[in-house]
Design a protein around this ligand. Structure first.
Ligand SMILES: C[S@@+](CC[C@H](N)C(=O)[O-])C[C@H]1O[C@@H](n2cnc3c(N)ncnc32)[C@H](O)[C@@H]1O
Length: 372
């Protein structure tokens, strides 16, 4: 870590895109420094020691307004304490939290959550051969939440907190901060959005669509037509049907047996490229188009531009854009930005986000096709 710089922020992103996440934030404050990678996808950033605390808040607010693609979660670091990796740490953490100037955010009646993340890292601990924590994150959350509620009258609310107490603990150190949930970019610790598994669920891909709807703030219409490209085995199709839509599912592969005999489902057993040509000729129109096909991001973008001819003017598209792994010759971001530029030329609304449920891909929402 450079001299004269203080740890200020923990940034979380997919481990392959942590550098891209840092670059996104650096645009909002050019003094931000890449401090230390605490674990894959978890970066400690620093700012020069003379930085005003307001600069950090404004960085977080800009990040929210500008909707970064790769930054998944931000947690402020307002104190760093040493840990002994014994039960005594919990008392030390409680004290350090109570001494933070931002402790005043925890007012009577305010909903709060303690979000502890434990990392099995720490150079000295690894050297000494001990990299297990003496406590669980659940235990730390519970002990600290009880102490905070008693002291301040704030009310613990794990699902909908207004204020978050963030702790990231390596074996030897804890990084602490208190912030408004809205300044963290995600309500979930580290942005790790979890959904409950449903018995009727067909594929894990359903979590991706659920998260996309939440992140982009859109809901599936309760009627109208949906086109699902690359639909098999049928998780997204199931969700579109469940919302109340009539669905055309396009995929050469079979759909899950639970979708057979669905009166509102048409399965086009072939390629999206062929279906779209036909749909354009027949002037078919859809309220929602989804795409989860495994294909190059730029190719997918070209297909979405073509599909825009079938999108109603108030409809929207949710699509994944698959990215290659980075090599000395391949820059996945180059592919992504090329795909996004193409979409921006053809749609008035283009938002992209690397979701928690995305792997080597990002998800885009596009709407309002432009006539050019
Ligand atoms: C990740 S799976 C989709 C999972 C699906 N969203 C779900 O929720 O179950 C990708 C699918 O895209 C299909 N696919 C790939 N290329 C395609 C193409 N050109 N046209 C149609 N489907 C395609 C594959 O057959 C595969 O079933």
């Amino acid at each position: 870590m450079s001299a004269g710089a203080d740890p200020v922020l923990i940034v979380t992103a997919h481990q392959e895109f942590i550098d891209a996440a840092f670059d996104e934030l650096k645009r909002f404050n050019t003094k931000l420094l890449y401090g230390e990678l605490l674990a894959p996808g978890i970066l400690l950033c620093t700012l020069p020691s003379d930085t005003h605390p307001h600069d950090l808040t404004s960085l977080a607010r800009q990040a929210i307004q500008q909707r970064p693609i790769f930054v998944r979660h931000l947690a402020p670091v307002q104190a760093v304490i040493h840990l002994s990796n014994t039960e005594n740490d919990i008392g030390e953490l409680a004290l350090a939290i109570a001494n933070l100037p931002t402790f005043a955010l925890l007012e009577r009646g305010q909903r709060f959550a303690v979000q502890t993340r434990l990392l099995q890292t720490g150079i000295e601990a690894v050297r000494a051969g001990s990299n297990k924590h003496a406590y669980s994150s659940g235990h730390v959350n519970q002990m600290l939440a009880e102490a905070i509620a008693e002291e301040t009258g704030a009310v613990e609310s794990i699902k909908k907190p207004q204020v978050v107490v963030s702790l990231l603990c390596t074996i030897e150190k804890a990084y602490l901060g208190i912030s408004l949930t809205t300044d963290n970019l995600s309500d979930w610790p580290g942005g790790a959005r979890h959904f409950a598994y449903l018995p009727e669920q067909i594929s894990r891909a359903e979590f991706k669509l659920l998260e996309a709807l939440e992140v982009f703030g859109v809901t599936l219409p309760s009627q109208g037509m949906a086109l699902d490209l690359g639909a098999a085995p049928g998780g997204w199709t199931r969700m579109l049907l469940e919302a109340g839509m009539q669905v055309v599912a396009v995929d050469p592969a079979k759909l899950d047996a639970s979708l057979s005999r669905q009166p509102h489902l048409e399965h086009y057993r072939g390629y999206a490229e062929d279906y779209l040509e036909e749909a354009i000729k027949r002037r078919r129109k859809f309220n929602v188009i989804t795409n989860d096909m495994r294909m190059d991001a730029r190719e997918a973008a070209r297909l979405l531009v073509q599909a825009s001819a079938c999108l109603l003017s108030d409809g929207f598209i949710i699509s994944v854009l698959k990215l290659p792994h980075e090599t000395s010759e391949i820059d996945p971001l180059k592919n992504l930005y090329e795909a996004l530029r193409l979409l921006q030329r053809h749609f008035a609304i283009v938002q992209a986000r690397q979701l928690f449920h995305n792997r080597q891909e990002v998800t885009v929402l596009t709407a309002r096709p432009q006539l050019i």
